[in-house]
Design a protein around this ligand. Structure first.
Ligand code: GRF
Length: 215
């Protein structure tokens, strides 16, 4: 379990959340972390957005969290340089992807020693991989006639959606569900699952600092 011991290993891990969309998962991560009863072992120390108009930027503004915006017009090499600089400047230990629609370079994964997680709105390995994001995932589940779907939190490696699965939670697909109603049900589950899974992951790290890198 996490303790309040102030030695370096037990200080809250500083997490950067990367996103391209509405930012509801980023908001859920922040809000869970500031509930005193949760005794959160992590704090959100940086938000990275792929556009200044993405909803996730308002999470940074609302909670006074540093924000880095990586507009598409910035050359890829420069984006990587800016990201690495921001991770270092803000003492980031770990990255949580939340609807991040850009490739994460190996240098970024290495900068946080492979401690980079993602949340995906299906029961991986089903409905993962390139092009499987947003409504496409939920429409594919419905087209496939699946009776259940859900959310998956996994470790990110160089291949889309293929890193080790840490946690999943299921929702029923009801006969009347559309991609829109299914997305809403899965998103509700995501908002519970992601903070708890990250907290468990961090607790595990804190208590097993000698564990091998997660890839
Ligand atoms: C979520 O469904 C997440 O699983 C997926 O992208 C969506 C992001 O939503 N990777 P939000 O920006 O957190 O609201």
């Amino acid at each position: 379990m996490h303790t309040n011991d102030q030695s370096t290993d037990t200080l809250p891990k500083r997490i950067a959340v990367f996103g391209s969309g509405g930012g509801s998962n980023a908001r859920a991560l922040v809000e869970w972390s500031i509930v005193p009863a949760n005794n959160a072992p992590y704090t959100i120390g940086l938000v990275v957005a792929t556009s200044a108009t993405a909803g996730i930027t308002s999470v940074a503004a609302d909670y006074g969290i540093p924000l880095l915006v990586l507009e598409r017009s910035i050359p890829a090499d420069e984006q990587t340089r800016l990201l690495l600089e921001a991770l270092a400047d803000h003492g980031i230990d770990m990255v949580a992807l939340a609807g991040y629609l850009r490739r994460v370079e190996t240098a970024v994964i290495d900068a946080v020693h492979g401690h980079i997680l993602n949340i995906h709105p299906s029961l991986l390995p089903k409905y993962g991989g390139q092009g499987m994001y947003g409504a496409a995932v939920h429409q594919a589940v419905i087209n496939g006639g699946d009776r259940e779907s859900g959310a998956t939190v996994h470790i990110v490696n160089a291949r889309y959606d293929e890193g080790r699965i840490l946690a999943q939670e299921r929702v029923a697909v009801d006969p009347g569900d559309s991609a829109v109603t299914l997305a809403a049900k899965v998103l509700d589950v995501e908002h519970q699952l992601y903070p708890r899974t990250i907290a468990n992951y961090v607790d595990h790290l804190v208590n097993h600092e000698s564990m091998p890198r997660p890839r």
